[in-house]
Design a binder for this molecule. Structure first.
Ligand SMILES: C[S@@+](CC[C@H](N)C(=O)[O-])C[C@H]1O[C@@H](n2cnc3c(N)ncnc32)[C@H](O)[C@@H]1O
Length: 378
């Protein structure tokens, strides 16, 4: 792998050219933080996606190399300001006070949201260094494509809320939780337990706060918009078109978004039972598209107890990574008594690559799953 400045620079130049040629040839706009810029890189052939990965990796490497280890470590340890300012913006609904089509003064935003103008200015000017809002003229605030998503995308706003208000405070308690529980595998002995002063597992505790539970369910939907966790991997990774009139049970299926995609795109005759905790089930029933009602039902079921439904297919999507091996085995064992001859179990989950086999950016994202477990689940 290239590791000198000139090697990295030429890798950056070559991959940038390949990407630019693709964007121009296919009529896509240049990447930009303009408020109306596309919110994601366009669909592209595999070689362009690879060039993008290489470019991201090389540009991160060159930035970090040039920053130098001491400076890099100093500022790495200050990144909590990124989260705390984002949290402040989320909590006081600042994005909603900025129109999408024009700039407004700090004073107008402060008045609309009932916050102190100077405080707001300090928070926003820091956030602007992360491309969240911009100051087109001194004293005026306008949206960027990033801050605009806090208004335009309800599920991305919920993702930000969940990370700022559940995982961020839990992360800050990682050391305290380890001091208290060591490497406990119990779901109620996690950093979340310390942060929220509870002896209940996260999902049980969340159920006491319907708005936070709803936000978590929406975060799961938003997750399917990401590269690696897209529901298209599940939809295209199995021959759903061959299952005919099968019954599919989605265990811990949240509000049913994965099975909705399967039902709409690949399995027009199958029926689906979405199982989850009681309040999530209620949300799922409310959000189900009208046309799917004859083929969908929602059922309260705790996957730590025996499965009540005999079905052709059981789906465990993004369930097992939340739990240590012994508990995951129990979740799977609970399915066995309900299974009939020919029943299938489909597991769709994150798999960790060997260390150093992915670009650093991708390896870090894939390891979020392990952090999720340490922080919030066990
Ligand atoms: C990480 S989410 C995955 C959701 C969904 N399968 C998906 O792919 O988006 C875990 C889900 O398990 C549900 N859950 C947690 N504990 C549960 C339990 N004991 N029984 C049933 N569902 C549970 C949560 O409410 C949540 O919807």
């Amino acid at each position: 792998m290239a590791n000198t400045l000139t090697d990295l620079a030429s890798q950056i130049s070559n991959t940038a050219k390949a990407i630019n040629d693709f964007l121009v040839a296919d009529g896509h706009p240049q990447p930009s933080f303009d408020v109306n810029a596309p919110s994601a890189f366009p669909t592209a052939p595999e070689e362009i996606l690879n060039a993008r990965r290489q470019l991201l990796d090389a540009s991160q490497a060159i930035t970090e190399l040039l920053t130098g280890p001491a400076e890099y470590l100093r500022w790495l340890s200050c990144r909590h300001h990124d989260m705390s300012t984002l949290h402040w913006i989320y909590h006081f609904k600042i994005a909603e006070a900025v129109p999408l089509d024009r700039a407004v003064t700090f004073a107008e935003i402060a008045k609309a949201r009932g916050v102190d103008e100077d405080y707001l200015k300090r928070i926003l000017r820091y956030a602007m260094t992360n491309r969240i809002f911009r100051e087109p003229e001194a004293g005026l605030v306008a949206h960027t494509s990033v801050s605009a998503l806090l208004v335009r995308s309800k599920s991305l706003n919920d993702w930000v809320g969940y990370t700022c208000e559940e995982t961020y405070p839990s992360s800050a308690k990682l050391v305290e939780a380890y001091e208290k529980y060591g490497a406990s595998q119990k779901p109620n002995e996690a950093a979340y337990s310390v942060a929220f002063n509870t002896d209940k597992p996260m999902f049980v505790h969340l159920a006491e706060f319907p708005e936070r539970e709803r936000r978590f369910a929406n975060t799961m939907i938003e997750m399917t918009s990401t590269d690696g966790y897209g529901v298209h991997h599940l939809v295209n990774g199995y021959k759903w078109e061959d299952i005919g009139k099968a019954t599919v049970v989605d265990v811990g299926g949240s509000t049913g978004h994965a099975c909705i995609a399967i039902a709409e795109q690949k399995a027009p005759d199958a029926t689906f039972i979405i199982q989850d905790l009681p309040t999530v089930v209620e949300q799922g029933k409310k959000a189900l598209p009208e046309g799917l009602k004859p083929r969908f039902s929602f059922q309260e079921h705790d996957f730590f107890t025996p499965q009540p439904v005999t079905a052709d297919i059981y789906l465990l999507r993004f369930i097992l990574h939340d739990h240590p091996d012994a508990i995951s085995q129990q979740i799977v064992k609970n399915l066995v008594p309900a299974m009939k001859k020919g029943s299938r179990l489909i597991i769709n989950d994150g798999v960790l690559a060997e260390p150093n086999t992915l670009p650093k950016i991708e390896e870090r994202i894939s390891r979020y799953i392990t952090k999720l477990r340490d922080n919030t689940l066990s």
